[in-house]
Design a protein around this ligand. Structure first.
Ligand SMILES: Nc1ncnc2c1ncn2[C@@H]1O[C@H](COP(=O)(O)OP(=O)(O)OP(=O)(O)O)[C@@H](O)[C@H]1O
Ligand SMILES: [Mg+2]
Length: 107
């Protein structure tokens, strides 16, 4: 990864929605003392995962990185990008600069 200096990252992945990725990521970010990043937020009505993590983990804004992409359609990122007519450039999928960042929890 280029961009921010990441020395320790955990990726939370799951192939369905509402299975607890965000809830787990909030707990992990809070317990680890690190930061949270959701590279692609698909679906923004009803709040974002960033907001949920900040609330659940009681985290200050400097521990929640800004998404690389925010898509309107609530489905998988690649499909949401197609529907929203957005081209996702993987070169943009790097953590934003900012310190401190580690450990980084990526959802
Ligand atoms: N504080 C809480 N206590 C118990 N359950 C909660 C709490 N907050 C959210 N939930 C529930 O946990 C479930 C998992 O939600 P979560 O947002 O973690 O899923 P997700 O895997 O991140 O989904 P997505 O793919 O949309 O990001 C939801 O049904 C939600 O209603
Ligand atoms: Mg989530």
């Amino acid at each position: 990864m280029s961009g921010a200096q990441v020395t320790n990252a955990v990726v939370i992945a799951g192939t369905d929605t509402n299975i607890g990725k965000t809830v787990f990521a909030a707990a992990l970010t809070a317990a680890s003392g690190g930061t949270y990043w959701k590279p692609i937020q698909a679906g923004i009505t009803g709040g974002t995962d960033r907001d949920a993590v900040a609330q659940l983990g009681e985290l200050k804004p400097d521990r929640i990185h800004t998404e690389a992409y925010r898509l309107m359609t609530p489905c998988s990122p690649h499909r949401a990008a197609e529907i929203d007519n957005v081209a996702i450039d993987t070169a943009n999928l790097v953590p934003p600069n900012g310190t401190p960042i580690n450990p980084l929890t990526i959802e």
